[in-house]
Design a protein around this ligand. Sequence first.
Ligand SMILES: NC(=O)c1ccc[n+]([C@@H]2O[C@H](COP(=O)([O-])OP(=O)(O)OC[C@H]3O[C@@H](n4cnc5c(N)ncnc54)[C@H](OP(=O)(O)O)[C@@H]3O)[C@@H](O)[C@H]2O)c1
Length: 354
Amino acid sequence: MTASSPSSLKIAIVGGSGYGGGELLRLLLGHPYVEVTQVTSQRNAGKYVHTLHPNLRPWAGRPALRFTTLDELEPCDVLFLALPHGQAQENIERFAELAPRIIDLSADFRLGDAALYRRWYGHEHKAPGWLERFVYGLPEVNRARIRESAYVSGVGCNATASILALLPLVRSDLLRDDRPILVDLKVGSSEGGASASAASHHPERSHVVRSFAPTGHRHQAEVHRALGREDVHLSVTSVELVRGVLATAHAWVRPGVGERDLWRAYRSFSAGEPFVRVVHERGGIHRHPEPKLLAGTNLADVGWSLDEENGRLVALCAIDNLGKGAAGSAVQCLNLMMGWEETTGLTFPGLHPI
Ligand SMILES: NC(=O)c1ccc[n+]([C@@H]2O[C@H](COP(=O)([O-])OP(=O)(O)OC[C@H]3O[C@@H](n4cnc5c(N)ncnc54)[C@H](OP(=O)(O)O)[C@@H]3O)[C@@H](O)[C@H]2O)c1
């Protein structure tokens, strides 16, 4: 297959009953160059996928897919993995026998280094030889390598929002490097996946502003690698959203940096990025990035506010955790790997009002 002659690529989704798998399925069912041939769920094998993803109930003659088990998986062109942490690394040899290309949404292959993985995840990696074979799947950081790769890891949703808020500033060298950067993240409940827990029980989760990981969040490791700075610290708070992440990064600019430099940095970054938009308005109610507006999209809205008197900068990024923070970036990577237009199947602009 060449970039100029897309044909129907056979795709299977492993872990398709979850929120990440469901979003992948929604995007891939609307993708013009792929056919989803199998979707797995161990607990729901035999059931129609729309019993778990009611938005995907077939219409207008579209086929109704049923979940299969892992054992029933057949060879395909691309395997998407949307499994809980640890499952991909345990079964990677078998998955690689099934498909020449793999895109894994989990954190299993994100860090690319066994020692780093042990430091952040607290145990030995089960397939260390595979770590170097996977490329970190954030196109804004690794586009050229993703194009050449057969194995691409997913991205952390909180890492994605943090990286995209700060990358334009780091690339333009506008930030002081003698002061740390603190990123406050407000996140929705779907980050926790489809399995219920005491914390996700409605009376406990609804209306919270709950410090979930004030320190020590594992996505920090991804942020450090992408930005090339170890002094970036994340604090994660659960708020009243189903989908969405807002990263509010607190940093200090170098002496003399003003609004014009910031405009130039964000504009030049977003000019080369099909899914990054600058939101920095003087008036109105949508002056800054707002995750509510991005539900279902692969967009990342970035913006900032500068206190010129003291050089304090607040950098912002909003995404949909299941979109740009997971399945959307994964499909963007598929497009890159296949040499297709990067936005194929990802042009939904979101809803307003919502
Ligand atoms: N949610 C997010 O915002 C988000 C963002 C970025 C990345 N991710 C990553 O994406 C991955 C999936 O997350 P999610 O939120 O979609 O999780 P989820 O909703 O809990 O879904 C997990 C899926 O894995 C399947 N599964 C669970 N245990 C399994 C096992 N032992 N063997 C085979 N299948 C198993 C489940 O199917 P059955 O139980 O029905 O068999 C389900 O389909 C995670 O690694 C997560 O870190 C998630």
